[in-house]
Design a protein around this ligand. Structure first.
Ligand code: HEC
Length: 183
């Protein structure tokens, strides 16, 4: 009995100190880092199944991710501002993973090329799909490597709408093959 008390007495403060130190270390990176360090349920499930989600996990996953998206009234903004967000490393940094304007020589290929993305037109369904893809790519591709820009507040709803305009507008230089555009 006495040994048990002694062990408990040693164990409890040891645990308490460690947790406090870890929390302090995380907080020292600032509130955004602290938030990023906190795994949400979907991230936990994604790391649990690196080869892909089992079928019986899919519907709950997609429902949870869908519930995180807030659709604004105006999903298509200003393509010129969207272009800035697209290229700026601290904002979209989209060239890290996607090809875009044909004149841009440096781009990654983790994601599909977005050159002439606007050939899909500007119908309601494609505008909405594009807004949702940038806000939360996990709705359509669970555990995608593309960042959840809206969910993680890396971009504002206005910046996402500007990106949608950049990808879809016929006038956008990312769409040289779209009639009347690509000037
Ligand atoms: C870390 C890599 C990465 C970054 C950064 C990234 N993406 Fe993606 N993106 C992907 C991958 C991988 C896919 C394919 C899987 C998916 O749809 O989620 C994709 C898919 C897409 C699609 C759907 C393409 C289609 O044919 O339907 C769009 C649109 C898109 N990305 C736009 C963007 C924009 C805009 C940015 C910058 C704000 C961006 N991506 C940044 C990796 C990335």
């Amino acid at each position: 009995m006495r040994a048990w008390f002694l062990a408990l007495g040693l164990l409890v403060p040891a645990l308490a100190v460690d947790e406090a130190r870890v929390a302090a270390a995380i907080q020292s990176g600032g509130p955004r880092f602290a938030q990023a360090m906190q795994q949400d349920e979907s991230e936990r499930v994604c790391s649990q199944y690196p080869e892909g989600l089992p079928a019986d996990r899919l519907s709950a996953f997609v429902a949870r991710e869908r519930a995180r998206v807030v659709l604004p009234e105006r999903m298509m903004g200003d393509w010129r501002r969207g272009r800035e967000v697209f290229v700026t490393p601290s904002k979209g940094n989209c060239y890290a993973c996607h090809a875009g304007e044909p004149a841009e020589p440096a781009f990654g290929d983790v994601g599909p090329p977005l050159t002439n993305y606007g050939l899909r037109g500007t119908g309601e369904a494609i505008v909405r799909y594009t807004y949702e893809k940038i806000y939360n790519p996990w709705i359509t591709v669970p555990c995608s490597t593309m960042p959840r820009y809206g969910v993680n507040a890396r971009l504002t709803p206005e910046e996402i709408a500007d990106l949608v305009a950049y990808l879809l507008s016929p006038e956008s230089p990312i769409n040289p093959a779209v009639q009347g555009g690509g000037q």
